[in-house]
Write a protein that binds this ligand. Structure first.
Ligand SMILES: NC(=O)c1ccc[n+]([C@@H]2O[C@H](COP(=O)([O-])OP(=O)(O)OC[C@H]3O[C@@H](n4cnc5c(N)ncnc54)[C@H](O)[C@@H]3O)[C@@H](O)[C@H]2O)c1
Length: 570
């Protein structure tokens, strides 16, 4: 069985950690439903003794002690990459301790790691192998729940989340960065670390956070502890990790940008990253100030969001004027200067692109205190991307109408729940909006994804991604989706469907044969292609079989339909 990425907010083929949620606050339930009692007060002393013993042994072997705060999607893999690093003599050079809050939602990750099991499921087999190797064979990686571990560290890497909460659907300006967890974490860091410890923030943060938020917090704690003469060694280097088959390589074998709050911090950060990443092939770019490194991350993701949003209007233009946007983009991509132009699909999901521009917008007004409105394109791009999926139910409505049906009396099968192809990751996927809107319009919706059996955005919509943050709040009639389950088998999802939405370019869906699909449905249906999955041969065949076809940016379908129906009439 293939698996998706995911875990804490896991969408993959396993049960969720958040099952533990609010009902059972004293245990944390792992993906296999095993319960882990949360630590009691007495456990902390024992745990710290265990860590001291380990650290003393490791120091005797000349190893640097690295604490990774937050063993989530990024931190768990970064911890593995650091623990796997070797010195020029081929010997492990670091001992890594992954630190994680013992919350019901996440405590299980510590137990998993300490058994040598990766707390993330990934399509990249190297994730599991690396964690197992480092914990069980090399013994260079362990995990803990006690913040006291910070006092043992030479380097602390901060990999905790920093979300952006939107108050309105399709208006990123109505929202705020949630830096509370980060502030709490930094305060404890300031309370516990030794002054000479390097603190490397990898979290994607509102530009300015390292200097305007982290520095004063840690400096105040240093002053309070009698280290008023010591400057915190703070640096920022964001992650460019990509889910999928190259998960580990996207952390280790990829270009990094970094910066430090002062020359010493900068040099330490460069030395540290150079000792764990493949900098020979992927050199580090060192920027002068942390705000530049922080801005770099926000700009590169806002750029990507903007070029995708830009295509939305051309997608509509194409639909209304007989143009196949897919072929237009293929023709443009031939120019090397335009090779990164992209077909936008039914919405731009993933954890980063929908939020990162918002972090910049928020920072400018909140951390920097500016009142004027310099941001035009960045928020508009996010708003367009956040609402693009709404076009899909309209296309479904139109295709059904051509067949004499209405959405409210139809079964609609959504094929693909992930935000991108060949991963099981549903974070902010366009498919979620499609399901919610069609439900609001009264359709009976079913969904299938070869990489998923659960779609937690629906099954746990009261608490996931966090209480009060489900997109359900922007649509009516969503309550019933809590009892809604994904279809394991494609044939079951398709059976008797009136409409089928090809939402994600998963390999399995690209290979679907029209005759086979119509056979599984049991009759001709309305097909909506959201991501350029259908070539002209398949579109023609569906139409020959009596189906209606349309798609995002696929205005040429009418031409094929006229040809097929004209030929049939002759
Ligand atoms: N996930 C991605 O695709 C991706 C890609 C590039 C960059 N990033 C960035 O990396 C950062 C981390 O993202 P993620 O996906 O790993 O998030 P995540 O939610 O999977 O992991 C964060 C972890 O930090 C833990 N945590 C929170 N507060 C803590 C505290 N005070 N002490 C210790 N642990 C704490 C949480 O319990 C969680 O396990 C974010 O800034 C994100 O934008 C993520």
């Amino acid at each position: 069985m293939r698996k998706g990425i995911g875990m804490a907010r896991s969408t993959s083929k396993s049960s969720p950690a958040m099952k533990s949620g609010h009902s059972a606050p004293h245990v944390s339930i792992c993906p296999n439903n095993e319960k882990f009692p949360l630590p009691s007060t007495g456990d902390y002393t024992q745990e710290f003794k265990r860590l001291q013993r380990l650290v003393n042994q490791q120091r005797r072997r000349g190893r640097e002690i690295v604490v990774v705060m937050g063993v989530g999607f990024v931190g768990a893999v970064m911890a593995g990459v650091v623990a796997d690093a070797v010195n020029p003599q081929g010997q492990p050079s670091k001992f890594v301790i992954g630190m994680q809050r013992p919350s019901p939602r996440s405590f299980w990750k510590i137990s998993y790691l300490n058994r040598g099991i990766a707390p993330v499921e990934a399509d990249d087999p190297e994730v599991a192998r690396m964690i197992s190797r480092c914990v069980l064979e090399k013994k260079t990686l362990t995990a803990t729940f006690t913040y006291d571990v910070l006092g043992l560290a030479d380097t602390v890497i901060v990999d905790i989340q920093c979300d952006y909460h939107k108050d309105t659907f399709g208006n990123v300006r109505h929202g705020h960065a949630d830096i509370k967890a980060l502030e709490e974490c930094l305060k404890v860091v300031g309370e516990k670390i030794r002054p000479e410890c390097l603190v490397l923030i990898e979290t994607t943060v509102p530009p300015g956070t390292t200097e305007y938020v982290a520095y004063p917090i840690i400096k105040n704690e240093f002053d309070r502890r009698g280290f008023a003469d010591r400057e915190p060694l703070l640096a920022h280097s964001f992650e460019r990790v990509m889910p999928g088959r190259n998960y580990v390589a996207s952390v280790r074998d990829f270009w990094r940008v970094c910066s430090g709050i002062n020359p010493e911090a900068r040099e330490k950060a460069v030395a540290f990253l150079s000792s764990v990443l493949n900098v020979a092939q992927y050199p580090i770019t060192v920027l002068d100030r942390p705000i530049e490194s922080e801005t770099c991350k926000i700009v590169e993701n806002s750029y990507r969001a903007a070029i995708l949003a830009f295509m939305n209007e051309w997608s509509l233009f194409a639909e209304r004027n007989g143009v196949d946007l897919l072929k237009v983009l293929q023709a443009i991509k031939i120019r090397p200067t335009h090779s990164n132009i992209m077909f936008p699909g039914p919405g731009i999901g993933g954890y980063c692109l929908p939020k990162d521009g918002g972090l910049g917008f928020w920072s400018y007004h909140t951390l920097m205190g500016f009142e004027d409105d310099i941001f035009k394109l960045t928020p508009t791009a996010i708003d367009i991307n956040d609402t693009r999926a709404l076009r899909v139910p309209q296309l479904v409505r139109d295709a059904l109408f051509e067949m004499g049906k209405i959405v409210a009396a139809s079964k609609v099968a959504v094929l693909g729940a992930s935000y991108r192809e060949d991963v099981g990751d549903t974070r902010y996927s366009g498919s979620e909006i499609i399901v919610r809107k069609l439900t609001e319009m009264g359709a009976e919706v079913v969904a299938h994804d070869p990489y998923l059996t659960h779609w937690w955005e629906f099954e746990k919509q009261d608490t996931y991604p966090a209480p009060g943050h489900s997109l359900s709040r922007f649509f009516r009639n969503q309550q019933k989706l809590s009892d809604w389950r994904m279809q394991d088998r494609l044939s079951a999802a398709l059976r008797n469907a009136d409409a089928v939405i090809l939402a994600v370019r998963h390999k399995d869906y690209l290979e679907l044969d029209p005759d086979e699909v119509v056979r599984m449905i049991g009759r001709p249906a309305a097909l909506t292609d959201c991501f350029g999955l259908l070539d002209d041969r398949k579109i023609r065949r569906y139409i020959e079989l009596g189906c209606e076809v349309n798609g995002l940016g696929r205005g040429h379908v009418k031409r094929i339909k006229d040809e097929v129906r004209g030929a049939a009439a002759r």
